[in-house]
Design a protein around this ligand. Structure first.
Ligand code: ADE
Length: 345
């Protein structure tokens, strides 16, 4: 951070922390400002679990999973000892399944080394922990003077500083500024306050600047149209893939499922049988001879492509080896749940 920035943001931290003391969200993984003031500290296991779940997932969606995981596996030792399939099934619906595999690897690594590392560098050595997550855990669980800069914080500072240059370079610059503002005595609250400001006030489309404790410091607010920031390069459209998915019901409310190969997309997850997914729709190759009926299409968007699957169903299936539909719906990634639901209607 240069001298001008230092002067300009001199009372940002105080304003932000004052606002947070009043406006903090009550979240199940959070030690709130009142508890922190009494000296309550966070459990690194819970901080880490929440951060991994909240990558690319909203707070309302992640909350149910967080409560389920912490009820079933209240400590890292219990999670480390869990069966892989159970954890993968419990993760179903959160997406990004490589994260669930890394979650287990990380739990087992931490157990093997006898506890959590408490520095950014130590945390970065663990599977699935990148710069943001390491910063968040270091600040929230270990009181380190570390910044947790994610897309929300990028947006807040892109507006405060009215950043209009090359987005990659601007992100590096704002990260330096945020790091320079973290207070040594309250790094956790600083990080949490920025998360809350980004989520509730400085929102992507409709920032509510009347509620913002930082509006008088905000260059984008002064310009009159903060929602124009951040200014990012245009995204190239995602490629589209297509394929078939086969829903074979059996007796007693069951459906044919299969475990997907460990490597590759949705690896290790339970799923419905499908064709390969490619640019062109081939002819269906059904998993067994039966009276297959086409029942429609489902769409799903993955990180690197969008997908349309033609859904086929039959009721001719055997029961042996099938999974109860209710269990399948709870254990499969969303794209398969969509296909199952469509076939059930
Ligand atoms: N987004 C990422 N981490 C978060 C957290 N700990 N609380 C609320 N929102 C978040």
């Amino acid at each position: 951070m240069n001298m001008d920035e230092k002067l300009h943001f001199a009372d940002l931290t105080d304003r932000l922390l004052d606002w947070y003391a009043r406006a903090a969200r009550d979240l199940p993984w959070r030690i709130g400002p009142a508890e922190r003031a009494q000296g309550v500290t966070a459990d690194p296991y819970r901080v880490w679990l929440a951060e991994i779940m909240l990558q690319q997932t909203t707070v309302p969606h992640a909350t149910r999973y967080y409560l389920d995981f912490t009820a079933r596996w209240p400590s890292i030792d219990e999670l480390a000892a869990a069966r892989d399939e159970e954890v993968m099934a419990a993760w179903a619906g959160l997406g990004y399944y490589a994260r669930a595999r890394n979650l287990l690897k990380c739990a087992r690594d931490v157990q093997a080394r006898g506890g959590w590392p408490d520095t950014i560098d130590g945390l970065r050595e663990l599977p699935g922990i990148g710069p943001y997550t390491a910063g968040a855990i270091a600040a929230l669980a270990f009181g380190r003077q570390a910044a947790a800069v994610d897309g929300n914080v990028d947006r807040v500072f892109a507006r405060l500083m009215a950043l209009r240059g090359d987005w990659k370079a601007e992100k590096a610059r704002l990260k330096g500024v945020v790091e320079g503002l973290v207070p040594a005595d309250r790094p956790a609250e600083f990080a949490e306050a920025l998360m809350d400001l980004g989520a509730t006030v400085c929102t992507p489309k409709a920032p509510d600047c009347r509620l913002c404790p930082l509006s008088s410091l905000c260059a984008a607010y002064a310009e009159g149209a903060p929602e124009r920031y951040p200014i990012k390069p245009k995204k190239t459209p995602k490629p589209h893939r297509t394929g078939h998915v086969y829903v074979r019901f059996g007796a007693g409310g069951t459906v044919l499922t299969e475990r997907r190969p460990e490597r590759g997309l949705l690896g290790g997850m339970m799923g419905l049988p499908t064709s390969a997914w490619s640019g062109e729709l081939g002819v269906p190759e059904f998993p067994c001879e039966a009276n297959w009926r086409e029942v429609g299409e489902v769409r799903h968007v993955f990180t690197h492509f969008s997908l349309t699957l033609k859904v086929w169903r039959t009721d001719a299936g055997k029961t042996r080896g099938n999974t109860p539909c209710t269990q399948a719906a709870e254990s499969m990634p969303s794209v398969f749940v969509k296909a199952l639901k469509l076939a059930q209607t």
